[in-house]
Design a protein around this ligand. Structure first.
Ligand code: 13P
Length: 250
């Protein structure tokens, strides 16, 4: 069975709650499609307003981060229980910006991944190499390690529902998109790694996205690759053009 594409937006720390509602009103008709899952990961403070505004539409609202404990003295964090109660179905885990600025490690990514599944939230697990790692020729080795640690203790049934986003750090917010061949090479290596960890069925089911300076013009070629099941879009998800990325095959 063909995997269903995902076009996901990561707004990062952009848009106030009122800007969110205003923008979603504009965006809703532009992203209507039966052909892909559309997900927007908005700042925590806007999740509730975004869920309300997108009710009855095909936009799924996701979170950008989540802690791995259910409740307690963790000032500032939001928990999987809170997301589940709010009806949130997706959460980005291990984005390179969280790894870089907020000390998220591979082990923490694993804990969060396990917790997300426990609460029926699909993790969008981010992996990606730095420019130095690419230049040293250790990209695949490094990504395989990130994937292996992220999936420790995750069952095959859970892994089939997971989403992995390959986001080369050097391509994020730089306007420097990976070539289609570079993106496909790593996404295929990730699928092969999942096949090794689980089996071919799981590898065929899991959805792997590319992220890093995806635009209206680069999306069609990237998303046509056999192992790229869509994109995780940063900057271009903040503007109405995101609708054109959702309709990349039109
Ligand atoms: P840009 O599309 O702005 O490069 O961001 C990519 C990203 O980090 C998505 O999570």
């Amino acid at each position: 069975m063909a995997r269903r594409k995902i076009v996901a937006g990561n707004w990062k720390m952009n848009k106030t709650p009122s800007e969110t509602v205003q923008f979603l009103k504009e965006l809703k008709p532009l992203v209507e499609t039966d052909e892909a899952d559309v997900i927007l990961c908005v700042p925590s403070i806007s999740i509730m307003a975004a869920m309300k505004e997108t009710e009855g539409s095909n936009i799924n609202i996701g979170a950008q981060c989540m802690y791995f404990e259910e409740k307690g003295a963790y000032t500032g964090e939001i928990s999987p229980v809170m997301l589940e109660d709010a009806g949130v179905k997706y959460v980005i885990i291990g984005h390179s910006e969280r790894r870089q600025y907020f000390a998220v490690t591979d082990e923490i990514v694993n804990k969060k991944t396990l917790k997300a599944f426990e609460h029926n939230i699909v993790p969008i697990i981010c992996v990606g190499e730095s420019l130095t790692q690419r230049e040293q020729g250790i990209t695949i080795e490094y990504i395989r390690q990130q994937v292996k640690i992220a999936f420790l203790g995750v069952s095959a049934e859970q892994a089939k529902r997971a989403v992995i986003a390959y986001e080369p750090i050097w391509a994020i917010g730089t306007g420097k998109v990976a070539t289609t061949a570079q993106a496909e090479e790593v996404c295929k290596a990730i699928r092969d790694c999942i096949a090794e960890l689980y089996d071919c069925d799981t590898a065929e089911a899991i959805r792997i996205l590319y992220g890093g300076s995806v635009t209206v013009s680069s999306a069609p070629e990237l998303f046509a690759e056999p192992d790229i099941d869509g994109g995780l879009v940063g900057g271009a998800s903040l503007v109405p053009d995101f609708g054109k990325i959702v309709h990349y095959n039109k």
